[in-house]
Design a protein. Structure first.
Length: 401
């Protein structure tokens, strides 16, 4: 087994373990909170991640591309500036999201999540993804420890306690991320003859990637905002079960996308192995889920979530479609075609909203149908882009140099 294969196996094992821990934290939250408060908690987390994507999305990506050109001096000023920008975005977001009763916690979590987002993106400069793997494990481990301790000591808790636990988790994670950023800096300066950051180059890559991530976050989170506005927090609470199981595949496929992207950064095309793994995973999931959904949901989430079980297979299908679309989009990132991906996101958002409205009377089934329709739209466009803008050694080198 060569080093490339060892890295893939290691990344797969880390992702499997972290995904399992994430599921455990979802089980704990389902029992820690009432269904409606579980929905409110999900709304808070969704709002935080969305605001953080607007405020800091693409920053780590632009750092990584700058580092490919040995541009590194002064990066801390950019970093602090974008944390301040994330804080401003959080303050503005308070007028749009229904989290005003937890405004200070919201703003703090947005800034802390921005630190995490930048660190994760920047860590992909390492082809072995060592820090990326550590972060992937660290976050769910901390979540399980905190939520389990609270549940087994005090049982069901009010929403405020859960949000304080979440904030404690993000504080610890952000402190670790600051340490990792310092570690990346020392190693990079030691191994390269660094020069001053090129503001124009950084801004060009950040703006394009930020637009892509912002609209990607809009696509991912729009369903949750629509559910809250049209159906309420209780339905969103039920939907969190679908999200938890959907995440089993989504997180794994995102890991494969990051593995593929990291390979492209280092002039290695890993698409065949990535697509093979996605195909095997998809077939297995679609066959197994219908038979095990109900007993698994009842056992881990309790009987109050049993009505979700028949719908799970549709969300698994959606996660496979969405993940495949994202994998096929990685070459567009390297080639600097974010504007085309931005157009794709706009089209899929329009499809999602229309389908969501059309199926609004069908509950969670309607949500699944709308998501699949939007996902198929993105996938078809991604396939067209993939063949229209093929990757090869020449255009990879042109973009990186």
């Amino acid at each position: 087994m060569n080093s490339n294969q060892r890295n893939l196996v290691s990344l797969i094992l880390v992702t499997l373990f972290s995904t399992g821990l994430t599921m455990v934290s979802s089980f704990l939250l389902a029992r820690l909170l009432a269904v409606e408060e579980r929905g409110l908690f999900q709304l808070f987390v969704t709002s935080v991640s969305y605001a953080a994507a607007i405020g800091s999305g693409g920053v780590g990506f632009a750092f990584a591309l700058s580092m490919r050109h040995q541009q590194y001096q002064g990066w801390r000023y950019y970093f602090l500036g974008f944390l301040a920008f994330a804080c401003l975005v959080a303050a503005i977001a308070l007028y749009f999201f229904e989290v005003t009763q937890f405004s200070y916690l919201f703003m703090l979590n947005v800034v802390l999540t921005a630190i995490l987002t930048i660190t994760v993106e920047k860590s992909k400069i390492d082809a072995n993804l060592k820090i990326y793997r550590v972060i992937s494990l660290q976050q769910p481990i901390l979540a399980v420890i905190l939520y389990a301790a609270c549940y087994f000591i005090g049982g069901e808790q009010p929403i405020a306690i859960a949000l304080y636990l979440l904030t404690a988790l993000t504080i610890v994670q952000a402190l670790f991320c600051l340490f990792y950023l310092t570690r990346i800096e020392r190693q990079f300066i030691r191994e390269h003859d660094v020069k001053k950051m090129d503001g124009r180059f950084f801004a060009k890559n950040w703006i394009k990637q930020n637009l892509l991530q912002t609209f990607g976050a809009t696509t991912v989170n729009l369903d949750k905002f629509l559910i809250v506005s049209l159906m309420g927090n209780y339905t969103l609470g039920l939907y969190t079960v679908c999200i938890a199981f959907d995440a089993l595949l989504t997180k794994f496929i995102n890991m494969l996308a990051d593995y593929y992207y990291s390979g492209l950064l280092n002039r290695m095309n890993r698409i065949q192995s990535v697509l093979l793994l996605i195909g095997l995973m998809a077939i297995s999931a679609v066959i197994i889920v219908p038979f095990l959904a109900k007993p698994v949901v009842v056992f881990f989430f309790s009987e109050k979530y049993a009505e979700v079980a028949p719908i799970l297979v549709w969300f698994i299908v959606n996660s496979i479609i969405a993940g495949l679309s994202w994998v096929l989009s990685q070459n567009m990132l390297i080639l600097g075609k974010q504007i085309l991906l931005f157009t794709r996101q706009l089209i899929s958002i329009a499809v999602l909203v229309v389908l969501f409205y059309c199926f609004r009377e069908q509950g969670l089934y309607g949500v699944a149908y709308a998501l699949i329709g939007a996902g198929l739209t993105r996938l078809l466009i991604s396939i067209v882009y993939y063949y229209k803008f093929p990757m090869n050694e020449l255009n990879i080198s042109a973009q990186l140099h």
